[in-house]
Design a protein around this ligand. Structure first.
Ligand code: NAD
Ligand code: LMR
Length: 330
């Protein structure tokens, strides 16, 4: 029995994400929570003849029932960007939303694998971690910032340049999830040595600012939803496969607390960022029965990538401090 609760299930990401999750035979109960429209979304999805039971829950008074005993909680709740905004501009609205959902999860589903999509991910993941610490149920291995869209974009953009198959091309993207904190490691990808320095710089920038491309094209109507639903479903289903279906060797780059990482991975982040105290970082994570099983170190990087690490560190540290501080100061 695997219960998955999607918080923000009626939104631009929430609806297609729930549709993709509804297709999985590994999920037995798909619980849809939002402050609006979930009865309709749930009724609609419930007619699909796949395994999971679908329930809809609307409003604060139905949150406990929605989230109770969930094995996985996926959170795409909150406001998206409009042109001219940074992800950090979303903090003042989304921080409180994520804190309240995390509080409900900590109380009613303390063992759930938490998959955080709401931006700014660099800060919302520390918020969830601090809430779980406050409630005395923290396990660093079970809280994930979903950065899969960066990896999906990197595979698409790089394969277009080197002529590889996009679905099988693995491009590690580490760091955080916003602009210069997104660190694509193209030097670790076979075939990229054929690219010029300018091509590497251009595609790196495109991966770092891919979200802006969509925000601009949507022209005020929000940010990436469909590609995010694809990426979010891929990540959540991989967590489920590893935790509940004996899946082995499943590796995804994801933004986690370095408390869940071994000394070699922690040291690699320190060495490259020049920062002693970065507490969260996206790294390649092998998933297992308890969530994070093994975190890989960054590995060899080019001189160009070393400069990206230096640019990432201060911004990421500020984002982390802001997120943790939001809960700690209460
Ligand atoms: P949206 O506005 O279309 O949907 C958000 C949903 O959240 C709405 O249905 C809204 O009613 C709901 N919501 C608001 N407050 C809530 C609460 N307290 N409890 C439950 N639900 C609540 O937005 P969207 O396009 O789906 O984006 C959602 C979030 O995902 C944004 O913060 C966006 O920046 C982020 N995002 C992250 C990534 C990533 O790579 N991690 C990618 C794309 C978007
Ligand atoms: C993305 O990368 O598409 C998301 O983080 C949404 C955004 O604001 O760009």
């Amino acid at each position: 029995m695997v219960k998955v609760c999607v918080c923000g299930a009626a939104g631009g990401i929430g609806q297609p994400l729930s549709l993709l999750l509804k297709q999985s035979p590994l999920i037995t109960h798909l619980s849809l929570y939002d402050i609006v429209n979930t009865p309709g979304v749930a009724a609609d999805l419930s007619h699909i003849n796949t395994k999971s039971k679908v329930t809809g829950h609307k409003g604060q008074e139905e949150l406990e029932e929605a989230i109770k005993d969930s094995d996985v909680v996926v959170i795409p709740a909150g406001v998206p960007r409009k042109p001219g905004m940074t992800r950090d501009d979303l903090f003042k609205i989304n921080a409180g939303i994520v804190r309240d959902l995390a509080t409900a999860a900590a109380k009613f589903a303390p063992k759930a694998f938490m998959c955080i999509i709401s931006n700014p991910v660099n800060s919302t993941v520390p918020i969830v971690a601090e809430v779980f610490k406050k409630e005395g149920v923290y396990d660093a291995r079970r809280i994930f910032g979903v950065t899969t869209l960066d990896i999906v974009r990197a595979s698409t953009f790089v394969s277009e340049l080197i002529g590889a198959d996009a679905q099988s091309l693995k491009v590690p993207v580490v760091g955080g999830h916003s602009g210069v904190t997104i660190l694509p490691l193209l030097s670790q990808v076979q075939g990229t040595n054929a690219l010029s320095e300018q091509q590497i710089a251009d595609v790196t920038h495109r991966i770092q600012f891919g979200g802006d491309e969509v925000v601009k094209a949507k022209d005020g109507a929000g940010s990436a939803t469909l590609s995010m639903a694809y990426a979010g479903a891929r990540f959540a289903l991989n967590v489920i496969e590893a935790a509940f279906n004996g899946g082995k060797g499943i590796v995804e780059c994801t933004y986690v607390s370095l408390e869940a990482a071994g000394a070699d991975a922690v040291q690699s982040v320190k060495d490259l960022s020049g920062e002693e105290s970065l507490e969260y970082f996206s790294l390649p994570v092998e998933l297992g029965p308890n969530g994070v099983d093994k975190v890989s170190p960054v590995g060899a990087v080019s001189d160009f990538e070393k400069k990206l690490f230096a640019a990432c560190a201060p911004e990421l540290k500020g984002n982390i401090t802001k997120g943790s501080g939001f809960v700690k100061q209460e």
